[in-house]
Design a protein around this ligand. Structure first.
Ligand code: MN
Length: 246
């Protein structure tokens, strides 16, 4: 199995080192990740300047590893172009959960989505954080278990996996929490007294049972199967039906 590992926290993040290490148990790993942090970039691609890549062996023993001056989606596109026969793209492990509506902004999930656009399966992995950095060594067995469950499943194109800060081991298949928008804008003043704003993915309201946010809040590992088709099929069917009547 040929696995492309990427992320949006940048190639020097401990999260991608952990993911590459665990992924190596499942097949040949190629690492291709942004040279600086690209969190919140969503699925942006660089189309107005050329992209280059350089070898980056730090943290990646016996693996091909490259840093790219582009977005997470660029890394996937470039990896798919340079290396034939990639079976799956793993993106993460993001430092910070990617739950609910943060799916729209997340560079981590978008890299997995970009893989699906290239007809390659994509799996995003993220871990919740509090004030302390995640303990990736302790997380390794849980990452391994989650990947074991899904990495060979060719029926599922796009998965969003989230680990709680301290997983208990139980894996729950969940729905994306879309009931409440989580994207708070926090206004503040800089040291010069100028107004500025922080854009966050802090949840505004409580989560629904069975959703990704609910699972992680209750100490479970959440796996959400996703699709790319955004068509509102019910609305479409209604429109088509009404048109044929009139
Ligand atoms: Mn990130």
């Amino acid at each position: 199995m040929k696995i492309l590992v990427t992320n949006d926290d940048g190639i020097y993040s401990p999260g991608i080192a952990c993911l590459a290490k665990v992924a190596a148990k499942f097949g040949e790993v190629i690492v291709m990740a942004p040279d600086v942090e690209q969190s919140g970039m969503g699925q942006a691609i660089t189309s107005t300047k050329p992209i280059t890549y350089k070898k980056s062996p730090i943290h990646f023993e016996k693996m091909k590893a490259y840093r790219v001056n582009g977005t997470p989606a660029d890394c996937v596109a470039l990896g798919a172009h340079l290396f034939q026969g990639i079976d799956v793209v793993l993106s993460g492990i993001n430092i910070g959960a990617n739950l609910g509506n943060s799916a729209w902004h997340s560079g981590t999930l978008s890299a997995a989505r970009q893989a699906v656009l290239f007809n390659i399966r994509g799996i995003a992995l993220s871990v919740s954080v509090d004030e302390e950095e995640p303990n990736f060594e302790a997380l390794e067995p849980f990452v391994s278990e989650a990947l074991k469950e899904v990495i060979h499943d060719k029926e599922r194109d796009l998965l969003n996996i989230n680990f709680p800060r301290q997983p208990e081991g139980e894996i729950l298949w969940t729905a994306q929490s879309v009931r409440h928008y989580d994207g708070k804008v926090v206004a503040n003043k800089d040291p010069m007294g100028r107004q500025h704003y922080w854009f966050t993915v802090v949840p505004i309201e409580h989560e629904g049972e069975g959703t990704d946010r609910w699972a992680v809040k209750h100490g479970k590992t959440s796996i959400t199967p996703m699709i790319l088709d955004l068509t509102d099929k019910e609305h479409l069917a209604e429109r088509i039906k009404n048109k044929s009547i009139s």
